[in-house]
Design a protein around this ligand. Structure first.
Ligand code: PLP
Length: 742
């Protein structure tokens, strides 16, 4: 593979690169100043002096006055120590039971989790309660004023890690202290260091944890400020280092590096950090670049009450995961607010702020530090523009939103679009470009419109496979938005076309398959020569299950008949395209279903009678709600299914592997825009997950060929490899770690 260019790193709130001069200081400490600060010989004394110089620099930087400053391994340890200290003191004072442990709803998880943990370990029986925030992310001071009198401890943060929103510490202090002068108050200052001025000794903050790796020092070093009068219980006991407050031999190299950063913050370094005005101007230029590239972005916080180094935004119509993948391919490293999993989850911080769900699910955090340079900023803006250009190329973004003149990649064949567990399909017949859309989902309406308009696709039908029980179809709205008027039945089938709809040389055949619902039908695609290509089967057969048949309009007996008919019409290997895919199988065929579904296997082999099928299927359906709680599932799925095992390779071995098997296909399964931005292997074909069904339909007979799948990190390639293996491609492997580790 060709080499990778230097990354544009915009994820400073997660961690930062160690500044070169800080790394140099750490190296010097490891090579020359390697003594143990507890040793009484000269090497030890030198080490101790370096440690105390670092502490002095920290105290000056934080304005910690007579407060104590203990070195820790990081902020999570500092948070534990503060919470343990406060809760032990609260217990010793008596009356902890029924008291409150308050924390801001947008705190880093280390805070509520530690509160719950120590509350339980110490047997306090206090109530752990979140303090709400407003739309701007500011703590509800009235709530605090109301509850403070009953609080044993109050935990807040100076600057939020996802949004950069800062709290008004003076106002907060007033709300707390005017109602409870003695309550223990911790302020998580991790994201505040170097971003806002701190003068801790002039506040009544009892504990303030910090972390070195968030500001150019290495991982493994942190600091905890403890107010002079605040109680303290060591979290780590042992050799009595740090005056007995925190045992364990000190991490001197990391302290040496931290000192370089602290000196810079104290204005004593050789070089200087950018000032706030410069950083604010950088953020505005990033916003301008994003707006120019994407047309419209929505900010998830106000610029006025957030530090200038953080920007949290959403691009309408795109999930966090999609933008993350795009940016990674464009070599830009950012974070999403949400945990990226196949099931979309949002950011709890943005949820707590009451932002609309889509903003939370689309949140992207871009963060940098005060060492950012003009040259890095210019490079970042150019990379953002290139990323958006690739989206236009694959028609997911309209070209008007940027001044890019990129050509568009023509779409043909099958495209699978998903929203949660539901699927919508778009098929473009390659010769004529005649297009059908099957089971359009409202959540995907904008994307469908964007694709159809950008690609100028002649849509000849918009179809539903049945009247959906779990969601609305947007068939009518989509036709209206596209300016299409079809004389069709309630599922979109043209009135004048009988059972066959021509699509260029191919044709789509309608087959009624009642059972799941009374109106269920399948649409079978036959090519010009009459050969079966694939079939849209709605919810009659889902990957791994059969459609449920316990709706009021269902009929299990008719489902039995429909399954038999579908099977005899399609055979075992035709690709079946369903309207749900709950477990990332993407598509299926009867051969795969027979393997794992004894009920279907028995039915098709004639071993199970219609009556027995009805009995067993109704029994299966009666357990459906129990399996999935609130969500209305359209098919029973056996959770105990074994995931297909897949051979794994590492990227470094790829060239050799391909050289050994000239017939092997390397499939890059990232989306076309990612592929366009960064494909690095000559013998690669781009088969994105959304087009995997098309690949399978076109290569249904080639089960023996070696297929090696690769993506960004190895998770999509694994999912796709399992889906292919399930369908009978037994010679499939994937690249573990993807391009990231290649
Ligand atoms: N608090 C905040 C606000 C943070 O951003 C982080 C790190 O993400 C932590 C605490 C935990 O810090 P550390 O990684 O040093 O344990």
């Amino acid at each position: 593979m060709t080499s990778r260019p230097q990354a544009i790193y915009l994820d400073a709130n997660a961690t930062t690169q160690v500044l070169p001069q800080a790394a140099q200081a750490a190296m010097l400490a490891m090579q020359d100043m390697y003594g143990n600060p507890s040793s009484s010989h000269i090497t030890g004394l030198q080490a101790k002096a370096l440690m105390e110089d670092t502490r002095k620099a920290a105290k000056q930087c934080l304005g910690s006055g007579n407060g104590r400053l203990v070195f820790t391994s990081g902020a999570t340890e500092g948070i534990q120590t503060a919470i343990l200290s406060a809760l032990v003191a609260a217990r010793n004072q008596g009356g902890a039971a029924g008291g409150l442990l308050l924390y801001g709803a947008t705190e880093h998880k280390a805070v509520p989790e530690s509160l719950k943990h120590w509350n339980q370990v110490l047997g306090l029986n206090a109530e752990v309660m979140a303090i709400p925030v407003d739309k701007e992310g500011r703590l509800d001071l009235a709530f605090i004023a109301d509850k403070a009198a009953d609080a044993l401890m109050i935990c807040t943060m100076a600057v939020n890690n996802e949004t950069g929103v800062f709290q008004d510490l003076k106002a907060l202090e007033h709300a707390i202290r005017s109602h409870n002068p003695g309550v223990f108050w911790m302020v998580d200052c991790v994201q505040a260091l170097g971003k806002i001025d701190l003068d801790l000794a002039h506040t009544s903050i009892d504990y303030a944890p910090f972390s070195g790796h968030k500001l150019y020092a290495p991982k493994g070093i942190g600091m905890l400020y403890i107010r002079e009068s605040a109680p303290f219980t060591p979290f780590i006991a042992g050799g009595g280092q740090e005056g007995g407050l925190r045992s364990g031999t000190e991490n001197l190299p990391a302290m040496a590096a931290l000192k370089v950063v602290l000196d810079m913050l104290n204005g004593k370094g050789d070089t200087q950090f950018a000032d706030k005005a410069t950083l604010s101007a950088y953020r505005l230029r990033l916003i301008a670049a994003l707006e120019q590239a994407f047309g419209r972005i929505v900010l998830n916080h106000s610029l006025e009450n957030s530090v200038p180094t953080t920007l949290n935004f959403a691009v309408p119509g795109f999930s966090s995961k999609e933008i993350m993948d795009l940016f990674d391919a464009a070599n830009i490293r950012v974070s999403s607010g949400s945990a990226c999993s196949s099931k979309v989850t949002g950011s709890f911080v943005l949820d707590a702020m009451g932002l609309p769900r889509w903003q939370s699910e689309s949140a992207i955090r871009l963060s940098f530090g005060p060492a950012m340079t003009e040259a890095q900023l210019v490079e970042a803006c150019a990379a953002i523009k290139a990323a958006a250009g690739a989206l236009q190329h694959s028609c997911l973004l309209s070209a008007e939103s940027s001044d890019s003149n990129l050509t568009k990649a023509p779409l043909q064949g099958l495209l699978q679009l998903k929203s949660d567990g539901a699927c919508c399909w778009l098929y473009v017949e390659p010769g004529s470009r005649a297009t059908v859309i099957v089971d359009p989902l409202p959540e995907l309406m904008d994307r469908l419109l964007q694709i159809v308009n950008c690609q100028q696709l002649p849509v000849v039908a918009v179809l539903d496979t049945h009247g959906h029980g779990d969601h609305q179809s947007c068939r009518t709205a989509l036709c209206q938005a596209l300016g299409l008027e079809f004389d069709c039945d309630h599922l979109g089938w043209p009135q004048d076309k009988g059972a066959s709809l021509p699509l260029g040389d191919a044709s789509l055949i309608r087959l009624d398959t009642p059972g799941h619902t009374a109106d269920s039908r399948a649409y079978l695609l036959k090519d010009g020569g009459g050969a079966q290509q694939f079939a849209f089967v709605g919810d009659t057969v889902l990957p791994g299950s059969l459609g449920r048949s316990n709706f009021a309009c269902s009929d299990t007996g008719l489902l039995y008949d429909s399954l038999k008919q579908l099977h005899s019409t399609l055979g075992e290997t035709s690709v079946l395209l369903s309207s749900h895919d709950y477990h990332n199988d993407f598509f299926t065929n009867f051969a795969a279903e027979i393997q794992q579904n004894p009920l279907l296997a028995g039915l098709l082999a004639g071993r199970i009678s219609r009556e027995e099928f009805i009995l067993r299927k109704d029994n299966l359906d009666s357990r459906l709600e129990d399996q999935v709680g609130e969500v209305l599932m359209c098919g029973a799925y056996d959770q105990c299914q074994q995931a297909q095992s897949v051979v794994e390779y590492r990227g470094q071995n790829l060239d050799d592997l391909l050289a050994r098997d000239p017939e092997a296909l390397l499939l890059d399964i990232r989306e076309p825009h990612e592929y366009q931005l960064s494909h690095r292997q000559e013998r690669c074909i781009n088969v994105p997950l959304s087009r995997l069904a098309g690949f399978v339909a076109e290569n249904a007979a080639d089960y023996d060929r070696m297929l090696i799948l690769i993506c960004r990190s190895g998770s999509r390639s694994l999912v796709a490899a399992r889906a292919l293996k399930r369908l009978g491609y037994h010679n499939v492997a994937h690249v573990n770690g993807g391009y990231a580790l290649g």
